[in-house]
Design a protein around this ligand. Structure first.
Ligand SMILES: Cc1ncc(COP(=O)(O)O)c(C=O)c1O
Length: 418
């Protein structure tokens, strides 16, 4: 049963309640390897579902356009203070509705339409909002994109430097959505400094690892740091922008009134709760366990002949090129889902296939680590993944794996399910 219980919803709208229960059960039974997902705590769920959703509060604490902010102001101040302490930054804006609007605020703060921005190309592991062609950021700005080296699968910093020197971007984004290796923030900062660009580090994927000391921090290197709050950081769906003192005002103005109206106060409260949790010593252990699990899963997959982009992982994320397994990423992801293992199909660098039917799958260990799985489980996970990919057309074989998966996961409690 969903936890907190949902008796009012069940009474008022059994149809929606049934779907919520079904999703909670699905999350309980599956091995969730989508690298951008996690399980939030029951405390975060409660804050998200609170009456704070009823309140409008355009503006910032002490400078609102609506009355009745006696409670909301301290809630936002708490979230801001916790973000500043946890990440060691001068300033935090906790209002962006999600990661994409947070990144858009960076454009609004530091660029005019048509100005040059540089980011990692989507097929190489960057995010849409780092200037990819189909995104507003690629349509309204002059975007130049860097990638990874073909031989290594990691960011080619020589290419980044050459491109920056030639194109003189006003903003450089580092970070991305399918990068299995450590981001070299000092190297990006050196390049950005040389060409006079603002360095924006998008740590959406790795924010929890940074907070927990399992990935180097961009603080002191990037003037602006954007992040979602719902991936490895294990908070609600939301985002934050962290800056040094010099860039704080421009970012605040860009978020409100530049892009958004009223902040989602229930989310702000839940972000504060998640940041409180992330400042506990146990979160550091969690962050390191996420990386250990990813390393162990990568090693077990390599043992089974999987081809991993960059040869492995330094963080929570693994990108497997399935070409050698004779199956595309999409049918593989569908087979895995039927086998109780949730992943997403993903482009790999230099992918000869189309983005909607690419060669790879992306796997992440943030959610399974929250459930309590350890390195010892990873050979078993790799065995299931291998079996499922080989038996992609055999529904009975996939169902047998799903039963084994559900059996294992039944022993690992999930916040949100009692
Ligand atoms: C690196 C990165 N930045 C930004 C985003 C956008 O976040 P959202 O989906 O919350 O808009 C994502 C989402 O996956 C991401 O991976």
């Amino acid at each position: 049963m969903h936890e907190p219980a949902i008796p009012s919803l069940t009474g008022a709208d059994p149809e929606v309640a049934r779907l919520v229960q079904a999703e909670a059960r699905r999350q309980f039974e599956k091995i969730r390897l989508i690298a951008s997902e996690n399980y939030v705590s029951t405390a975060v769920l409660e804050a998200t579902g609170s009456v704070l959703t009823n309140k409008y509060s355009e503006g910032y604490a002490g400078r609102r356009y609506y009355e009745g902010q006696q409670v909301i102001d301290p809630v936002e101040e708490l979230a801001v203070a916790r973000a500043k302490t946890l990440f060691g930054v001068d300033h935090a804006n906790v209002q962006p509705y999600s990661g994409s609007p947070a990144n858009l605020a960076v454009y609004l703060a530091f660029l005019n339409p048509g100005d040059t921005v540089m980011g990692m190309a989507l097929p190489a592991g960057g995010h849409l909002t780092h200037g990819w062609s189909v995104s507003a950021t690629g349509k309204w700005f002059r975007s130049v994109q860097y990638g990874v080296a073909k031989e290594t699968g990691v960011v080619d910093l020589d290419q980044v430097r050459d491109l920056a020197r030639a194109e003189r971007p006003k903003v450089i984004f580092c970070g991305g959505t399918a990068i299995p290796r450590t981001i070299d923030f000092p190297a990006f900062a050196e390049i950005a400094n040389e060409v006079g660009a603002v360095l924006a580090a998008d740590i959406a994927h790795i924010a929890g690892l940074v907070a927990g000391g399992a990935h180097p921090s961009p603080v002191g290197h990037a003037q602006v740091i954007t992040t979602t709050t719902h991936k490895t950081l294990r908070g609600p769906r939301g985002a934050m922008i962290l800056t040094d003192a010099e860039h704080a005002k421009a970012i605040d103005k860009a978020v409100f009134p530049g892009l958004q109206g009223g902040p989602h106060n229930h989310t702000t409260a839940a972000i504060a709760v998640a940041l409180g949790e992330a400042s506990e010593p146990s979160f550091g252990l969690y962050a390191h366990a996420v990386v250990q699990n990813a390393r162990a899963l990568a090693a077990a997959l390599l043992d089974r002949g999987f081809d991993l982009v960059s040869g492995g992982t330094d963080n929570h994320l693994i990108l497997a090129d399935l070409t050698g397994k004779g199956i595309g990423g999409k049918p593989a992801a569908k087979a895995l889902d039927r086998a109780g293992i949730e992943a997403n199909y993903n482009t790999v660098p230099f992918d000869p296939r189309k983005p909607f039917d690419p060669s790879g799958v992306r796997l992440g260990t943030a959610a399974i680590t929250t459930r309590g799985l350890t390195e010892d489980h990873m050979p078993q996970l790799a065995e299931w993944i291998d079996r499922a990919v080989r038996a992609a057309d055999d529904e009975q074989a996939l169902d047998r794996i799903a039963a084994e998966v559900a059996d294992l996961m039944a022993g690992y409690p999930m916040p949100g399910w009692a």
